[in-house]
Design a protein around this ligand. Structure first.
Ligand code: FAD
Length: 450
């Protein structure tokens, strides 16, 4: 959640979509403060504008009835089919969130609750035996609509042609709970939580790379090594990606095979462009769809090559936070999904990929975007890995491309080192801001009270 400032433009470099903001609010409540005194956000009326090469475009709205109406008008699907799909999405959320998102899957107590019995009883209706794509084709016949709902697999960096149909839960987050944007930008999520923690007496040591997690002969954590100094601790919670945590910080413990075998989620190539004009057809979140979604995902996860016609995501925070760009300008965050940078993956040819992206933007928006770019920065999978330690630059830790993925993620505690806990995007329950906050909540609850 870093920030970039150039020529009067401000960019949030990483996450751009904010869902389940109550998970941030409740941290203020826990500390006896009112979230709205420190951290304000607004709900987006238009969630996303979608564009296809044949000139069709639609907007999806916070109001699901309005969305269904728009889809019926533009894509010819029945309003009721869309509402039924979204009801099903809510149903999956209701049935699964307390088991799969709010508890450790690796503690016996989790499996002895009433909620779990209900979830298991309904497993047949959750789409576990379908892929998200095949699940969506049961609801819709219009290819553009299937593509629109297949896209939700990318919210955890997965492949709609492999990830299970239970991922149809993701639209529930947007259409029933809402998509939001913090008034001071995405970075203010971090800034407001840092200030909150400091008011509670938390001390941050920034720019202090942890070299090793230290434990005694009884395999009990004793601290961490930073700058050749031991910082003593009874409890260590790591939100560094668990893959390098094992490989680098625990050099004498074999990395669990389960972790080594997991396929990383997709990564991203991002161009941050300062643009010196406005585009009224665009909003905060915009998607320019690929003509062949299947081939795009084959490239991301099978051949590990960037597809010649990638889906393009354009995020423009200045649409809602006008001081993010000079007057008459816009701050464009232009992203395509690319394969994670596992060993052997081709290096990205940034200039030729940029040309592909610009040609597609020009064709769909009928413009010459290269003429309006006044400044540019680029972020590659290798940059993401270097800056955050995320293995192979994956955006969301391991992908969810198999039915067993949820069970194969690292638990929120270590089985071998007592006092060591894990949270963050590479462990249970998954990547993305809301799930990372939930992982922290689960890990915290597992730590014995002093
Ligand atoms: C480009 C991009 C776009 C995304 N878009 C969205 C989105 O729209 N919505 C959404 O919800 N999620 C999105 N995500 C995912 C989301 O950002 C991540 O899931 C989340 O930030 C992961 O949080 P984390 O705490 O696990 O890891 P991070 O946020 O990566 O934090 C890990 C921290 O640990 C530090 N660190 C690493 N190793 C060490 C060490 N040895 N010693 C000390 N410090 C160390 C790193 O510097 C970093 O600050 C996106 C991610 C990316 C990269």
């Amino acid at each position: 959640m870093d920030v970039l400032e150039r020529n009067g433009f401000r960019f949030d470099k990483g996450p751009s979509l904010f869902t389940l903001p109550y998970l941030v609010d409740e941290l203020f409540t826990l500390c006896g403060e009112k979230a709205e005194d420190h951290f304000k956000y607004q709900q987006l009326k238009i969630i996303t504008n979608y564009f296809w090469e044949d000139g069709i475009s639609i907007s999806t709205y916070a109001d699901k009835h309005k969305t269904a109406k728009e889809i019926e008008k533009k894509l010819g699907a029945k309003q009721q089919d869309i509402l039924t799909y979204l009801e099903h999405s809510d149903k999956i959320h209701k049935l699964t969130s307390s088991t799969f998102l709010e508890k450790s899957l690796h503690k016996t107590a989790t499996w002895l609750t009433k909620d779990v019995v209900k979830t298991i009883a309904s497993i047949g209706s959750l789409g576990l035996n379908d892929t998200l794509h095949s699940f969506n084709t049961k609801y819709f016949s219009e290819p553009k609509l299937i593509q629109l709902f297949d896209r939700y697999a990318t919210y955890n960096g997965s492949n709609p042609y492999q990830t299970p149909g239970i991922m149809a839960v993701i639209p529930s987050l947007e259409y029933s709970q809402g998509a939001f944007f913090p008034n001071k930008g995405m970075r203010s999520i971090v800034d407001s939580l840092v200030s909150l923690a400091e008011r509670q007496g938390v001390k941050f040591n920034c720019n202090s790379l942890i070299k090793e997690i230290i434990y005694d002969t009884q395999n009990k954590v004793t601290g961490v090594s930073v700058n050749n100094e031991l910082i003593e601790a009874d409890t260590v919670v790591s939100n560094m990606d668990v893959h390098p945590t094992f490989e680098k910080l625990l050099p004498n413990i074999a990395t669990p095979k389960r972790i080594l075998k997991q396929e990383p989620s997709s990564s991203a190539l991002i161009f941050y462009w300062g643009i010196n004009r406005k585009f009224s057809e665009l909003d905060v979140h915009n998607i320019l769809f690929s003509k062949d979604y299947k081939k795009e995902f084959d490239g991301l996860f099978e051949s590990k090559k960037i597809f010649a016609d990638p889906t393009i995501y354009i995020h423009i925070s200045s649409k809602i936070k006008s001081d993010d760009a000079p007057e008459n300008g816009e701050n464009w965050f232009v992203m395509i999904n690319v394969p994670s940078a596992t060993p052997g993956t081709e290096t990205i040819d940034i200039e030729s990929t940029k040309k592909l992206i610009q040609q597609k933007i020009n064709s769909i928006l009928n413009t010459k975007i290269e003429e309006y770019i006044v400044c540019e920065e680029v972020l590659t999978p290798n940059d993401i890995e270097t800056k955050t330690s995320s293995y192979a630059g994956a955006l969301y830790g391991p992908s969810s491309n198999s039915k067993m993925a949820a069970f194969l993620r690292q638990p929120n505690f270590s089985n071998t080192i007592k006092g060591l806990y894990f949270c963050g995007g590479s462990v249970h329950p998954g990547g993305g801001i809301p799930l990372c906050l939930l992982s922290a909540k689960i890990a915290t609850r597992l730590i014995p009270k002093a």
